[in-house]
Design a binder for this molecule. Structure first.
Ligand SMILES: [Zn+2]
Length: 637
């Protein structure tokens, strides 16, 4: 019954969205918009002030603070940082009481004759750069304003039917970028057009003193921009070749999907070491946050190259097409993550191939990423108890899981394993049709159609299966369920082998492994002795049943010495080399809390790093998949 209700409601939202994107509910024709004025002039002091004027009638009133944040797939609204809450009616203060069972809900009584309630609240911005949009967002020089953190609303109807008129005050000299349409600017205050609460929350604002606005498609017809805020002017200087690659990305998304579902598109790119690092998708923009020097450092730019293609893909796969369980009518109803292997997993796949097709990755960089993904997932013993489906079902708790015991617990594996599963689907389609059809055809049917403004078309598992059958008939239901419900033992590598490549291990780290080790100050000994640690010896994970695990080593311990000598990454690597074949056992001295213990590892296979190598007995489908599709660019590699 819940499902039926939700689908019916979503179909209704779809109709209204098509009609007007934020049309007032005819049952309340006279209700005015809520106004919200956000004062961000104190953002460097890590506090935002919000003042709302909410249309009300007298009597009991319930207001809610957004809890389930779209794209974050969990109850991540930063309720604990919502402070300074006060209500006023006709200048008189009104008391409130929080709901005892729902921390995001507030009850108050509106006096007779009052039609507008003023609400004041502050958002304090936590300093640690952790979490998604509830993590650190403001620095001395920049901020990202997420409207869901600054509003209250009446939970009486879908957020598509609640109108908001927002305004924003910025520190002197700060610039801004957003997909939210602007009405006008007055005395340093930006007044935005009245929109639905859905559109407001979907349209964050990036702002800062060091700012760059890069038009990617000035020739039109649809405009695309990168809007960058940074902690320095130097960091804004993305190389011109990179700007060209992002232009290719726009062309490649057009070729892949065949239609766009936004009026214009804005990458809101934060470059700072003091904000949380993540990407959050929206219909007409994405909130993309990386380290300050990412765009001017070759290694960092490589490691971050997949971010913008991933987040932009969500405009089609996640926003326009959304699993029914994630297409909730407001921000209070819990979300259901069972189809996140499509929402995130297919986005991971399409994001990777778009990164390669755009030139943001070379072919070898794509192969290195695919090898790393495949090898990492092939060393996840946790799949013996938790099938991939449960990583999606449990996403709302797994996003916050610690890395320790990640290989046994499993994390949000529907991202990387989604890449493998959809690669498997793509190669299967290409094999069955002799290369005539591919996932490109699926995307045209599922995500394309006509250009439209933002709208939501919910889907379920059956529609995914039926669309695949439209591309080429097959038992896709069984194909997918076999990969979603399996207990292993290994990762689904069919896409790699059918794509004409093999996953192999040798003693030479790939360029990607070297860059990752350097950039993240880690040592990757997962595929040899089963250890993932940092360059201080702190052990993040030990693969269950690996040589290190069987010797008694666990996550959270610290590797102090190797064969009697103080640990450094080089000392460990050299000891692995020296122990190969007939060499000595490996003796690891480990600190567990206050206790030292020596562990002997009977290991003689040397270092092991993952690579993809060509299987000449099969056609090279993988290379075909990453060839550019778009017009003139199709001749590029
Ligand atoms: Zn995503």
């Amino acid at each position: 019954m819940t499902t039926f209700y939700r689908i019916t409601l979503c179909a209704f939202i779809l109709f209204v969205s098509l009609a007007g994107f934020s049309q007032a509910n005819p049952k309340h024709p006279s209700e005015a918009a809520t106004t919200v004025v956000v004062d961000a002039t104190h953002a460097p002091q890590k506090i935002l002030h919000s003042r709302l004027q909410i249309p009300v009638t007298s009597g009991e009133l319930t207001l809610v603070y957004p809890e389930w944040i779209p794209g974050e797939h969990g109850p991540t609204g930063p309720i604990v940082d919502m402070t300074g809450l006060e209500f006023f009616a006709n200048g008189q203060r009104i008391t409130w009481r929080r709901d005892l069972k729902d921390m995001f809900t507030f009850h108050l009584t509106v006096p007779p004759g009052v039609t507008t309630l003023e609400a004041r609240l502050d958002l304090v911005l936590p300093a640690p750069p952790e979490g998604f949009s509830s993590g650190a967002s403001a620095t001395e020089r920049m901020d990202v304003v997420s409207w869901n953190q600054l509003v209250l609303y009446k939970p009486e109807r879908p957020t598509d039917h609640i109108n908001f008129s927002a305004s924003l005050k910025l520190p002197d000299g700060w610039h801004y970028g957003t997909a939210l349409p602007v009405e006008n600017e007055n005395n340093g205050q930006i007044n935005f057009k009245t929109v639905s609460l859905t559109e407001l929350v979907d349209s964050p604002v990036i702002t800062g003193r060091h700012f760059r606005h890069i038009p990617l498609t000035p020739e039109g017809p649809i405009q695309h921009f990168i809007e960058i805020a940074s902690d320095s002017d130097a960091a804004l200087q993305m190389p011109p070749e990179t700007v060209d690659e992002y232009k290719h990305l726009i062309a490649e998304t057009g070729a892949l999907y065949g239609a766009r579902h936004y009026r214009d598109y804005h990458f809101l790119l934060s470059l700072s070491d003091h904000v949380a690092h993540f990407g959050l998708e929206h219909h007409e923009s994405s909130d993309d946050r990386v380290g300050e020097r990412t765009m001017i450092d070759d290694d960092d730019r490589w490691l971050a190259a997949g971010l913008l293609p991933h987040e932009m893909t969500h405009s089609w796969n996640g926003k326009y097409r959304r699993p029914a369980g994630l297409a909730t009518p407001d921000y209070q109803q819990p979300m259901e993550g069972d189809l996140l292997w499509v929402y995130e997993g297919l986005t991971q796949y399409l994001g990777y191939i778009l990164t390669a097709r755009s030139g943001l990755w070379t072919k070898q960089q794509f192969l290195d990423e695919a090898a790393e993904t495949a090898a990492a997932l092939d060393h996840i013993p946790g799949r013996s108890w938790r099938p991939l489906q449960d990583t999606a079902d449990a996403a709302q708790i797994l996003y916050n899981a610690l890395p320790e015991f990640g290989n046994w617990r499993r994390g949000v594996d529907f991202y990387p394993e989604g890449f493998l599963i959809w690669l498997d689907v793509d190669t299967a389609i290409r094999q069955k049709t002799n290369g005539q059809k591919s996932m490109n055809d699926f995307c045209h049917i599922f995500h394309g159609g006509q250009n439209t403004p933002p709208m939501v078309k919910p889907y379920n598992f059956d529609e995914v299966v039926n669309t695949l059958n439209q591309v080429v008939p097959n038992d896709w239901r069984k194909f997918l369920r076999d990969r979603l419900d399996t207990y292993g033992p290994g990762a689904p590598l069919g896409g790699i082998t059918n794509g004409g490549w093999k996953l192999v291990y040798d003693e030479n780290p790939s360029e990607l492994t070297k860059v990752l080790e350097r950039a993240r100050q880690v040592v990757d000994a997962r595929f040899s002795i089963g250890l993932a640690l940092n360059d201080k010896g702190e052990i993040h994970d030990v693969i269950m049943n690996s040589v290190a695990w069987n010797a008694g080593i666990a996550p959270g311990m610290v590797l102090v010495a190797v064969n009697g000598r103080k640990f450094t990454p080089d000392i460990l690597r050299e000891a692995l080399k020296a122990g190969k074949g007939n060499g000595p056992n490996l003796d690891l001295l480990v600190l567990n809390g206050d206790f030292y213990k020596s562990h002997a590892l009977n290991y003689h296979d040397g270092e092991k790093y993952a690579h993809l190598v060509r299987d000449e007995s099969k056609p090279d489908i993988l290379s075909d998949i990453i060839k550019p599709l778009a017009g003139a660019a199709a001749g590029r590699n």
